[in-house]
Design a protein around this ligand. Sequence first.
Ligand code: FES
Length: 111
Amino acid sequence: MITRPLFTIPDAPKGETVTITFEGQPMVVPDGISVAAALLAGGARDFRSSVVGQAPRAPYCMMGVCFECLVEIDGVPARQSCLMPVRNGMQIKRQIGAPELDDLNVGDHHE
Ligand code: FES
């Protein structure tokens, strides 16, 4: 069952734009908005697959609470796309299941 996002942007606002890539497809999106908003505005509805059952998931809260918006950004998995502002050249991929702990650099704080 696909989670339907509560928020969509029907028309991109005027102004500066940046180019991001989602699943290898370039998208020109408004500068200054979140990755989640940009992907939704570009028509994306499948941001990740759930850990159990691999069901497609999409943003729900748009405020950092539900974690349904996780994506891989520039090779770093499990980023909350609703909290990340777009940046020109960002490479974004769907988050497939749970990331490996090594990919998150968890506990790697040695100087
Ligand atoms: S949409 Fe809920 S945490 Fe990002």
